[in-house]
Design a protein around this ligand. Structure first.
Ligand code: ADP
Length: 190
């Protein structure tokens, strides 16, 4: 199975390239952000807990996110592969993902980091706010907080995957097609 962690700051293109990976390699896509937003739309208890945290650009609790992913993984262990988008976001989540996969005799094939300059991230997220309807895209302070939270709480996970020799850095600047070609090259060389 090809199990990819697609990694990078908000606005780095994780959603865009996850969709392209799903199509090319017939993978199952897990975006914790999308799952949380659908919980909010369905007004579930989980969604209620997550909403105010997400609107501020902070991270939802590890326990909540890990519990949410547990079922998803066990229900999809016989597929071609999985692409994780926006998860893990803390080292605790990274360790939990390894554990959840191991319980199903699976493992992460590679962690691919999309490297994008901060100025470009802000530009992309502001542009996305015109169509996304997302409160966290509409406020420049929230955008900046999300990037800060990423640098502080999420970026350290890179070390976790470097230690496992699973870390792959991809230049995330340029055209979508060029960036996707770089991602495919990494995967073909695994
Ligand atoms: P982006 O990558 O643009 O920030 P996401 O849809 O991945 O968009 O995430 C939106 C928000 O959802 C995050 O700011 C955070 O509040 C919450 N979230 C998503 N995934 C996680 C996660 N793995 N752990 C904690 N919070 C998460």
């Amino acid at each position: 199975m090809l199990n990819i962690v697609l990694f990078g700051p908000p606005g780095s293109g994780k959603g865009t390239h996850s969709a392209k990976l799903v199509e090319k390699y017939n993978l199952v896509h897990f975006s914790t952000g999308d799952i949380l937003r659908s919980e909010i739309a369905a007004q579930t208890e989980l969604g209620m807990l997550a909403k105010s945290v997400m609107d501020k650009g902070e991270l939802v609790s590890d326990k909540l996110v890990i519990d949410m992913m547990r079922n998803k993984i066990s229900q999809n262990k016989d597929k071609n592969g999985l692409v994780f988008d926006g998860f893990p976001r803390t080292t605790e989540q990274a360790a939990a993902l390894d554990k959840l996969l191991a319980e199903n005799n699976l493992s992460v094939s590679a962690m691919i980091m999309l490297d994008v300059e901060r100025e470009e991230l802000v530009k992309r997220l502001q542009k996305r706010s015109e169509t996304s309807g997302r409160a966290d895209d509409a406020d420049i302070r929230v955008i900046n907080n999300r990037i800060d939270v990423y640098n502080r709480q999420t970026l350290p996970i890179a070390e976790y995957y470097k230690k496992q020799n699973k870390f792959q850095n991809v230049n995330g600047m340029g055209s979508i097609d060029d960036i996707f070609d770089r991602i495919v090259k990494v995967i073909e060389n695994l």
